[in-house]
Write a protein that binds this ligand. Structure first.
Ligand code: GLA
Length: 385
């Protein structure tokens, strides 16, 4: 389906459900993170790219303050009123949408009710930040509809607040920043402390390369609890080391600091500090257009997430190992982990072999069939109609 076909389908669904024409259509992308994993809630560095799959949202204002949210598949809306929103008041996927309306109101934005119909092609729970896509499409749509004139960074921060405080997931800010600020043909180098960012050219095709996403189609029921555990371990280690955040631990101070911590937290800290270093090295290589040379850094990141941070899974390890065996230049899990997706940097000519090898390795181990597709660095949230 082309983007225009999708837009027409969502607009038709909107008319069917509301009897009105929508006032506009907006899209926001999912993301893959090239490198810099579990660093964002440690005030560190990340390097994600927005991808060409995401969420499409069509909407119109309502004068009565009602908020009605449909997905393309559902005939009954999630229903609430803009004045009654509060953490926990909306459940399920619609909470990501309602949460943004809540966060905007709390921040003083003069927004009212809306009818909203959503469709998406970023797989849910695949580690590709579908929730941030939902939030960031909503933030832009409400901002546009009500003319609140927010800056992109502020929209991303409110989307992040919605996820933390309304939905209750203690994520970092990477996904919302990628879904808002992503740029076609570029990766987003972000300092999550200062929010300073740079769009780093990422024209892999010109170098004969592609970044394959490997959606393992495996999730983990306990992801949220384990994510929160990792975050808490980092915060307590930083505290014990007398630091505002692990970002503040220099690599030349690392060994001395590790000696004071228990083994488990030492692993977590080692990962965060070395991962921040790998992001900076990757950015330098990208700036020098030395794309193939980032491969070993990706693979080292995976090893660190697997061993020191302990957030990989048998499916993710199989994806990475089999891609590397089949000739990938580098590979790693991407996103929170415990299932979800991996990325592999491959020469365009080897993409077919890598896809076949990963698929065969999954079949051999009795895992479900993975889905592989190229990550195309795409534009952050924008209006399309
Ligand atoms: C999830 C979170 C992000 C980040 C990653 C791990 O995607 O939403 O904020 O912490 O996990 O890097």
């Amino acid at each position: 389906m082309t983007l225009e076909d999708q837009r027409l389908a969502v607009a038709a669904a909107f008319f069917q459900r509301t009897g009105q024409q929508p006032e506009g259509t907006w899209v926001a992308p999912g993301r893959v993170n090239l490198i810099g994993e579990h660093t964002d809630y440690n005030d560190g560095y990340v390097l994600p790219l927005a991808i060409d799959r995401g969420v499409m949202l069509t909407a119109a204002r309502r004068e009565d303050g009602a908020l009605r949210i449909w997905s393309l598949q559902e005939n009954e809306p999630a229903l609430s009123s803009i004045d009654d929103l509060g953490p926990g008041s909306v459940k399920g996927w619609a909470a990501y949408v309602a949460g943004v309306a809540w966060a905007m109101r709390v921040a003083g934005a003069r927004i009212g009710g809306a009818d909203i119909v959503l469709s998406g092609d970023v797989p849910l729970g695949a580690g590709l930040a579908s929730s941030a896509a939902l939030e960031c499409a909503t933030a832009l749509a409400l901002d546009d509809l009500y003319g609140t004139g927010m800056e992109p960074e502020d929209r991303a921060l409110l989307a992040h607040r919605a996820e933390n405080d309304f939905v209750g997931v203690p994520c970092g800010v990477m996904d919302q920043m990628a879904a808002t600020l992503g740029r076609t043909g570029h990766a987003l180098f972000l300092d999550t402390r200062s929010l300073a960012h740079e769009h780093v050219p990422f024209d892999l095709a010109a170098a004969g390369l592609t970044l394959l996403v490997i959606d393992t189609r495996s999730g983990h029921a306990l992801v949220e609890g384990k994510y929160a555990d990792r975050r808490a371990a980092c915060e307590s280690a930083a505290d014990e080391l007398g630091l505002a955040a692990l970002r503040d631990l220099r690599s030349d101070e690392l060994e001395e600091a590790l000696a004071t911590l228990d083994d488990e937290r030492a692993g977590r800290v080692r990962h965060v500090v070395t991962e921040n270093g790998r992001v900076l090295e990757t950015v330098d290589l990208l700036r020098a257009q030395r794309f193939p040379d980032i491969g070993p850094l990706l693979t080292a990141s995976h090893a660190s997430l697997r061993k020191d941070y302990a957030v990989s899974s048998p499916e993710l390890d199989t994806a990475v190992d089999s891609a590397l065996l089949a000739g990938a230049l580098g590979a790693r899990m991407t996103g929170a982990g415990f299932g979800g997706s991996a990325v592999a940097l491959v020469e365009v000519g080897a993409a077919h072999d890598v896809t076949a090898a990963v698929t065969a390795a999954f079949a051999e181990r009795g895992f479900g069939t993975p889905e592989l597709f190229p990550a195309v660095a795409s534009e952050g949230a924008h209006r399309i109609g």
